[in-house]
Design a protein. Sequence first.
Length: 406
Amino acid sequence: MEIKKSVLVLGINCFPELTGIGKYSGEMVKWFAENGHRTTMVTTPPYYPNWKVQPPYSGKWYLKEKPADNLTIYRCPLYVPSAPTGLKRLIHEMTFFVSAFFVVFKLLFHKKHDVIMAIAPPFHLGFLALFYRFFKGGKIVYHIQDLQIEAAKELKMLKPWMFGLLFSLERFILNRVNIISTISAGMKKKIHAKVNRSITLFPNWVDTDSYYPVSSRHALKAGWGFLPEDRLVLYSGSIGEKQGLDSILRIAKELSSHERLKFIICGTGPFKEKLQQMAAQMELRNLSFLPLQPNEVFNDFMNIADVHLVLQKSDASDLVMPSKLTTILSVGGLALVTAKDGTTLYEVIKTYKMGEVIFPEDDLLLSRAILNCSTGDFSEERINARQYAERYLNKDNILRELTRSF
């Protein structure tokens, strides 16, 4: 295969992580390699969302992998806190920055890369990209998956005086890279407020060939221990404090008299154990906790849900476009989203009529919406969701458009 471009990707998450940024970074570098780009990624061992390095990587130091033609992966050691706090996250990211620096330095003595792509968070990976370009040249694409500093500020994860310094460092990067890209229109607006230059829209995609509607979805429920007539309300994704998942427990308790209504929380994360303890204390018999589902059954699993919960707190609704939403849309799922009027999430769901949107952090509203969504006819919304995914979220189309900027 003829080599088109040589691409160096810097990112803290990558495959085999199944959720979050690692899912997209991993799929992206594989796609680059399959489509003729010599691709190198500097990353870490898989640890998210468990916040624990996964076997067979646990206890390893630096690793070099060649999982496919045209693709080289360097995995760098880092500190992974089992219970991440603001300070521990900072140390976690800085240890990767330091360990990745030595790999980037080594790459200065290898063949030049035409494109250096830094994926934020962590935002300071942009400095490694600038370091590489200073010596080797190339074009820097600084891709922002999450406005990390704003999210930390909203959640009061650090001391107030630290944010001024972090914003200054971020502006330094934004003013010096060649291309800035991000995943949603709402994120573009917020980045424009930081720096007066063009921002490229590079949304998170979905593999519409792998995730699709299944006509016999009610029959599939038996594979997870449910009856075809059960109405399943699913949250699938990272289980952290910022998602406000304790509201699911309160609503499950309130709606326990509806015998066929079942709640599922699927995934891993630092808040899962606490939620399980709360559920046990509340004696919830209509709520199941499931681990992350393997890829080979994930499409069927997503299809069993009658309602998919996409929960955001009111102060985070426009900072992060939930990655789980793309898969929900691709399987033609009914998304019940909590988002404020005027946010990207709200506008997208409402404009294309592909789900229900309610105000965040209101248990009464959420309870009523769950009952409505689990009993009403939302076949039009399901069809609209799949059509939106095919038109706007197709992986090949999005990544092909990105590589045109190379």
